[in-house]
Design a binder for this molecule. Structure first.
Ligand SMILES: C[S@@+](CC[C@H](N)C(=O)[O-])C[C@H]1O[C@@H](n2cnc3c(N)ncnc32)[C@H](O)[C@@H]1O
Length: 238
């Protein structure tokens, strides 16, 4: 891996284009080992977090639900099981190809979150899990999500966040020292997982993300910590 993306969220347009491409290319490289790496790295806990997200977003029969940055389709598959018409939208063809092998009835759309290929007010609910952090500018991403949701449409964001102070030293040691090693051993991509950790550290914490959502037009904004704040689920409505 030569081009490890920078994690700066305040870049000019040309740099943002470059950042988007580098992040997408990085996920293309890790795609074949992505699911197994997720299970190992989180000790399976990401599955519980995603289970909570499905209950919180509560997809209904016949609704159109987009899982943005949907990767290999975990959340979209769960939405389909609840009767929704699920769409994974992700710029990384490699991630979606790995997901397609699971043969779930999901529609796959290749696009960046910053420029969604959906009409205004057309989507009933939209989720994004561990994806907002990868965008070149989360503010642009949130505005775009707000644009495509129907009035009252539901938004849910699952993202790594700020762990409780008592847990932080242990969590920092694990993420700084263990995760890149696991990335090297399992995915052969130490730098990609170093980027992951760096992007987590630079991403807005719970309160800051909630404020950003309000700034981008969302109502009823709230969040719930998962695993003592290692991750958080933010929700809001258009
Ligand atoms: C950490 S993975 C998360 C995948 C899946 N949501 C999950 O929870 O397992 C991040 C995903 O974000 C996607 N991504 C990267 N840049 C993006 C962008 N600019 N807009 C939307 N998705 C992006 C990647 O291709 C990748 O599939």
């Amino acid at each position: 891996m030569t081009n490890t993306p920078s994690t700066s969220f305040t870049q000019g347009t040309e740099q943002q284009d470059q950042h988007r491409k580098e992040v997408r290319d990085m996920f293309d490289i890790v795609a074949p080992r992505y699911d197994i790496m997720n299970d190992v790295m989180s000790m399976g806990i990401h599955r519980l977090w995603k289970h909570s997200c499905v209950s919180m977003l509560a997809p209904q029969y016949g609704e159109t639900v987009v899982d943005l940055a949907g990767g290999t389709g975990d959340l979209a598959a769960a939405f389909t099981k609840r009767g929704a018409k699920s769409i994974v939208c992700d710029p990384c063809v490699g991630m979606m190809s790995a997901g397609k092998q699971k043969k779930q009835p999901i529609q796959w759309v290749a696009a960046y979150g910053e420029t969604l290929p959906f009409a205004d007010n057309s989507i009933d609910a939209l989720s994004i899990a561990f994806g907002l952090r990868n965008m070149s500018d989360p503010h642009t991403g949130l505005k775009e999500i707000h644009r495509v949701l129907k009035p009252q449409g539901r938004f849910l964001c699952l993202e790594f966040s700020e762990a409780a102070p008592w847990l932080k030293p242990l969590y920092d040691a694990y993420s700084l020292h263990v995760i890149p090693q696991l990335g090297a051993m399992i995915a052969g991509q130490k730098e990609a997982y170093q980027y992951l950790i760096q992007s987590i550290r630079e991403f807005p914490n719970q309160q800051a993300l909630a404020s950003l959502m309000v700034e981008c037009g969302f109502k009823n904004v709230g969040y719930r910590n998962l695993s003592f704040g290692i991750a958080a689920v933010h929700t809001g409505n258009k």
